[in-house]
Design a protein around this ligand. Sequence first.
Ligand code: PAF
Length: 287
Amino acid sequence: MQTVHTLDPLRSAVAALREAGPVALVPTMGALHEGHLTLVREARRHARGVVVSIFVNPLQFGAGEDLDAYPRQLARDSALLEAEGVDVLWAPTVEAMYPAGFSSNISVAGVSEGLCGGARPGHFDGVATVVCKLFNQVMPDVALFGEKDWQQLAVIRRMARDLDLTRPAADAILGVETVREEDGLARSSRNAYLSPEEREAAVALPRAMHRAIAGIENGEDVAQALEALKAEIIAGGFASVDYAELRDAESLATLNARASRPMRLLAAARIGPARLIDNMPVAAAPQ
Ligand code: PAF
C-alpha cells in the first residue's frame, strides 16, 4: 500500500492504478471499524484498484462539535487497510486539502435540510465540498459510502447529478448496508465515546425503530408511531431525541403517511457524550 499526503504523488499513484483497471474510492475520516472495512471489501468487488481516503474534514464540524476530540489513529488505520490489500491511502494534510485562500463551498438544497442538517447547520455543505474535492482528486470509477449516513448519501448523489459529475457518475455512487453489532446497534466511531452502561442502553435506538417500522407497516398512524418511537428511545436511557422521521428514501421529502414508494425511518438521539444516528427501510404500501 502506498500512503500519500499531497496531491502530486496521489495523482501519480492513481494514474498507475488506473492502467491496471477501474479504480474505487472509499472516503473516510479514519478511526476505522468493521463498517469501513466492509466498504473496502465491497470496493474490491467493483474495481481493480482501491483508494481509501482518511481526512478529518474541519469544514463539516460545527462550533462546539467534536473536531478536536475526533479519534485520529493513522498508524492503526493504515495497518488495517494494508491487511485489506488497499492500494493507495490518501491522507491529505489540512493544508493540502484547503490551501491558504481556499474559499469555495458546495451547498445542496433540499436533501441537506432538516434531519442531521437541521441539528448541524453547515455540516452537509462541508461534506459536499470535501467529497467533491476528493472525487476530483482521485477521479474514481466508483465511490462507496455507508448507508448509515443515509442523508449524506442522498446529498452526495444529488450533488453528483446536479453538477454532472462523471468520475464517479451519480449511479456509480454506491451505498453499502449498515454494519451492526450483535445486539443491533449500528457501528460508528462515536460508539467509542460511550461508557459500558451507555453502550448497553444504546440498543434502545435500533430496537425502538424496528418496533415503529412494524407498526407503520401494519397500518399504524405515522405521527403516533413516531411519538411512541421517541418515548421509547427516552425510556431506554437516551437524554434526548434530535429527530425521528419518516422520509421518502431518495428525495428525503417528509412523509406523514405510508407511501407506495421506498421510505426510510431516520432517527438521531443523544446518550452520554454521543449523538447516535440510525436509519432503516420501511416497506412501501401496496399499490
Ligand atoms: O462519512 C464520513 O466519514 C465523512 O462525512 C466523509 C464522507 C468521509 C466526508 O468527510
